[in-house]
Design a protein around this ligand. Structure first.
Ligand code: PLP
Length: 451
């Protein structure tokens, strides 16, 4: 049971009103465009403003208390206010927050990642997943001397405009299914930048292989999230990943796994689950213990572009806040708790959630599928075979997006914060938190059927 429940803080309160959040939003609108700083926080008619968090529960300024299945977009591994992490942050803040001098915490976190993640022999830290992917782009170019980057249609790698290409293209922009066009995500992206991106159709082995071979002479790297496309919905097939591994190695293209989000599925990350080792891996989220972080790791050979031993490095990577002692200490404290046994316990609790979701789906006769790995789970209410971005986009356009929105709202009413209907677990959750969640999910879905 989560700390807050055993601590007698009572059941989730879902009806305490919204007056304070509404007033804060009006203030926010006076100083930020439309009142927001991050798009993913947009909620109609206004967001709920956070007041406090404890374990897997979070309370807003009006006193609404909900179970947190978002965990700040998967960056909190232990939920809120985990003692060991809070202590590490307190101690470090009281000792030295930041300095131009490196700290031992940086080495400790680097050692931990090198020990656990199969591809990682050397690591560099950044301040976000976006920055890690940006540095990966520079690294693969510097290593190969080639200019272009390949990514999956629909793949998300943060906010670097190059890698935003074809994140969410509209059907009229798609082009040929076996050679997707590179489409801007942000208005104003220069065509010259889009031309640097080769877009691959996920899970289409023949078409992707042909594209890789045709463009090998100009391709520096291929980047993909090895677990998921579009927030957990579409999984790269194992044979697709195996093809990428084989072709990139043969063609002199660097294979980059973006494990910014999916590193949380196991002690050795998603690459450990698949048994496929990329050349470079980008990381972020959980490895910062809740503070901003990114990292790029890989075999020594690929990371040599940062080495200074032979003179000037090929890439002069730095950054004001890079590897600051606070983040390094928090990240180490958080990750050190995750032994292989801790991952097993964590994943077993989340498997219980997926089993429960599947039982509910069957009981209520809902067409769809329960997806997930490790602490990432979702019930997807469609029977379309979701194996690439285009099928997903078509499913979304023909009712799935509306269903997800309704489901998310009904879950909120049940005291459950979900990631658009998806569940990102924390180690603060125990069996009765799963029971609480499943009971709420069942009521929400039952109501949905009567709408
Ligand atoms: C797979 C993936 N890559 C990169 C990022 C970007 O990370 P950040 O938001 O820390 O810049 C995210 C964030 O959600 C992500 O899910």
């Amino acid at each position: 049971m989560s700390e807050s429940v055993t601590g007698g803080a009572g059941p989730a309160v879902t009806n305490a009103g919204v007056a304070r959040s509404a007033a804060l939003y009006q203030r926010a609108r006076q100083v930020m465009p439309s009142g927001y700083t991050r798009q993913m926080a947009v909620t109609q008619p206004h967001p709920a403003y956070v007041a406090s968090g404890q374990g897997c529960w979070v309370t807003d300024v009006d006193g609404n208390r909900r179970i947190d299945w978002v965990n700040n977009f998967a960056s909190l591994l232990h939920g809120h206010n985990k003692k060991e992490v809070v202590d590490a942050i307190h101690n470090q803040a009281a000792t030295v927050m930041l300095s131009v001098m490196p700290s031992e915490w940086e080495i400790k976190l680097a050692e931990l990642l090198c020990e656990r993640i199969p591809s990682v022999e050397r690591v560099r830290f950044m301040n976000s997943g976006t920055e890690a992917n940006l540095m990966a782009t520079k690294a693969v170019r510097a290593y190969t001397g080639k200019p272009r980057i390949a990514k999956m249609e629909g793949g998300y790698h943060g906010q670097y405009d190059l890698l935003e290409a074809s994140f969410q293209p509209r059907p009229d922009q798609w082009g040929d299914a076996s050679a997707p066009r590179s489409v801007a995500y942000s208005v104003g992206t220069p065509q010259s930048l889009l031309d640097e991106v080769l877009v691959l159709p996920l899970n289409d082995i023949e078409a992707s292989r042909a594209l890789l071979r045709r463009h090998a002479h100009e391709l520096a790297g291929v980047i993909l999230d090895p677990l998921r496309l579009q927030l957990g919905v579409v999984a790269p097939r194992h044979d697709y990943l195996a093809m990428l591994r084989e072709e990139t190695a043969r063609l002199g293209i660097v294979l980059v796994f973006d494990e910014v989000l999916c590193l949380r599925v196991g002690y050795h990350g998603t690459q450990g689950l698949h048994g496929i080792t990329p050349d470079l891996t980008t990381m972020g989220k959980i490895i910062g213990g809740g503070l901003p972080i990114g990292a790029l790791g890989g075999r020594r050979e690929f990371m040599s572009v940062f080495e200074i031993d032979a003179g000037d490095p090929k890439i002069k990577h730095s950054g004001t806040f890079t590897a600051n002692a606070m983040t390094m200490a928090a990240g180490f404290a958080s990750m050190a708790l995750m032994t292989p046994e801790a991952f097993d316990r964590f994943n077993a609790v989340n498997l219980r959630l997926r089993d429960g979701l599947e039982r509910i789906r069957v009981d209520l006769g809902i067409a769809g599928v329960v997806h997930g790995a490790g602490s990432l789970s979702s019930l997807l209410m469609t029977d379309m075979p979701l194996n690439n971005y285009r099928v997903l986009a078509m499913a979304m356009g023909s009712g799935l997006a509306a269903k997800i929105e309704t489901y998310n709202k009904l879950l909120l009413h049940e005291g459950i914060y979900s990631m658009r209907g998806g569940f990102i677990g924390s180690t603060a959750m125990a069996d009765d938190d799963i029971d609480f969640t499943l009971a709420g999910v069942k009521r929400a879905l039952t109501r949905m059927q009567s709408l």
